[in-house]
Design a protein around this ligand. Structure first.
Ligand SMILES: *Cc1c(COP(=O)(O)O)cnc(C)c1O
Length: 374
C-alpha cells in the first residue's frame, strides 16, 4: 500500500482539469503579479471568512511579520506566544526587535495554556500571539478577556486552522477573525494550499488593513512614491488562481479530514498507550494534523517501526524552540515549560490528507498497535 503523509498529487488529480484551465488563463492574461486573479481571490476569501479585509502576501511567515509591523511596537516590547509552534511564529517577533515571552501549552489541546497567561503579562507586554495548532482554535474567549483587561492586542496565527470555527460570544466565527489580526499560510501542505508559497493577513480594522497593505508593498500605495519602509511580499496570480479554485472545495476538504479523524478515533479506541486528539465542543477541528501522544513507549521507536512498514509519520515538533540556538536567550533559568518538553517527546502525527481511504487507515492503525505492543 502506498501511504503518504500528505497526498498533494491525489488531490490535484481529482480537480486537474479545473486547475489546469485556471492556470492557463493566468498565463494567457500574463496576470502574474497583482491583477484580477489576486483581487478575485481576496474578495472570495473575505466572503468565505466573513472578514472585512484580506491582504494577500508572499507566505505565512510574511503574514506574521506584516501583522507585527502594522502594530508599530517599540523595540523591546514583549509578545506572548508558545514554545510549541513552528519557528516562524517566534522568528518574526525576534526579527523585529521584539521579545517573545513564552507561555506553556495545554497538555490536551497543545494550545496556549490560558491559566498561565496572565502571569506572563508585564509592563512591556503589547500583544498575545496564540497559535491555533493542528487545526483547532485556542481558548479565544479567555485570550480576548485577558487581552481586553490589559489593553493589549491579539494576533492569531491561523496558518494551520483556516476555516476552523469557534463559538465566540454566542456566535460561530472563523479562527483568525476574533483578534485584531489573523494570519494565514497557503504553503502546499496546509489545509488550503497553493503550488508554491502564499499567505494572507486578515483584519476587520480599516486602519490596520491600510498599514498592512502599505508595508507589504514597499511602503508605497502610489507607484514610485514611498510613505515608509516596507517589504516586498505579494501573492502571485498563478497561486491566486489555484487558491480560488481550491477554495470552492475547502469545506469538502475539511469534511474529509474530519471523516478521517473520526475513523482514526474509532480504530484507536482500544489502542494501548496512546492519547487521541482532544476536541472541544465549542469549536470545530479542521485536522491539519492528527496528532497522538505516545505514552509509556519510546515514540521514536514506534515511529521507526511504522517507517519499516512503509508508513510515514511526522513529529511536530521534536525540540522546544526555547531550547534551541539563539532562542535560548529569550528565556531565563527560572522559566520552565514542562508540558512542551513532554509533548516534544510524545507527539506523533499520523498521515492526514483528503485522499486517505478506510483501508489505508486500518493498515496504519494495525501496524501502530502492533508497534505499541512490542
Ligand atoms: C506554516 C506555518 C507558518 C508559516 O507559513 P509559511 O507559509 O511556511 O511561511 C507559520 N506558523 C505556523 C503555525 C505554521 O504552521
Amino acid at each position: 500500500m502506498n501511504i503518504k503523509m500528505v497526498d498533494l498529487k491525489g488531490q490535484y488529480k481529482s480537480i486537474k482539469e479545473e486547475l489546469d484551465l485556471a492556470m492557463a488563463k493566468v498565463i494567457a492574461d500574463t496576470a502574474f503579479i497583482k491583477g484580477k486573479y489576486v483581487q478575485e481571490f481576496k474578495e472570495n476569501l473575505e466572503d468565505y471568512l466573513g472578514v472585512k479585509h484580506i491582504i494577500p502576501c508572499g507566505n505565512g511567515t510574511d503574514a506574521l511579520q506584516l501583522a507585527l509591523m502594522a502594530m508599530d511596537y517599540e523595540r523591546g516590547s514583549e509578545v506572548i506566544t508558545t514554545p510549541f509552534t513552528f519557528v516562524a511564529t517566534v522568528e518574526v517577533i525576534c526579527l523585529l526587535g521584539l521579545k517573545p515571552k513564552f507561555v506553556d501549552v495545554d497538555p490536551e489541546t497543545f494550545n496556549i495554556d490560558v491559566t498561565k497567561l496572565e502571569a506572563a503579562i508585564s509592563e512591556k507586554t503589547k500583544c498575545i500571539l496564540p497559535v491555533h495548532l493542528f487545526g483547532q482554535a485556542c481558548d479565544m474567549t479567555s485570550v480576548m478577556r485577558i487581552a481586553d483587561k490589559h489593553s493589549i492586542d491579539v494576533i492569531e496565527d491561523t496558518a494551520q486552522a483556516i476555516s476552523a470555527k469557534y463559538n465566540y460570544r454566542g456566535k460561530d466565527v472563523f479562527c483568525g477573525t476574533i483578534g485584531n489580526i489573523g494570519t494565514l499560510s497557503f504553503f502546499p501542505s496546509k489545509n488550503l494550499g497553493c503550488y508554491g508559497d502564499g499567505g494572507a493577513v486578515m483584519t476587520n480594522d480599516d486602519a490596520l488593513a491600510h498599514k498592512i497593505n502599505l508595508y507589504a508593498n514597499h511602503g508605497s500605495l502610489k507607484k514610485y512614491y514611498y510613505e515608509t519602509i516596507g517589504i516586498n511580499s505579494r501573492l502571485d496570480g498563478l497561486q491566486a488562481a489555484i487558491l480560488n479554485t481550491k477554495l470552492k472545495y475547502l469545506d469538502e476538504y475539511v469534511d474529509s479530514r474530519n471523516h478521517a479523524a473520526q475513523v482514526y478515533d474509532s480504530l484507536l479506541e482500544q489502542a494501548p498507550d496512546v492519547i487521541r486528539p482532544a476536541r472541544r465542543t465549542d469549536r470545530s477541528h479542521v485536522f491539519h494534523q492528527y496528532t497522538l501522544r505516545i505514552q509509556n513507549k519510546d515514540r521514536d521507536e514506534v515511529q521507526a517501526a511504522l517507517k519499516a512498514q512503509g508508513i510515514p509519520t511526522a513529529v511536530y515538533y521534536p525540540e522546544p524552540l526555547y531550547k534551541q540556538g539563539i532562542y535560548q536567550e529569550y528565556v531565563t533559568e527560572e522559566e520552565v515549560f514542562p508540558v512542551t518538553d513532554q509533548l516534544c517527546q510524545q507527539v506523533l502525527s499520523l498521515p492526514m490528507h483528503t485522499e486517505l481511504t478506510q483501508e489505508m487507515q486500518e493498515f496504519i492503525v494495525e501496524k501502530l498497535i502492533s508497534a505499541l505492543r512490542n
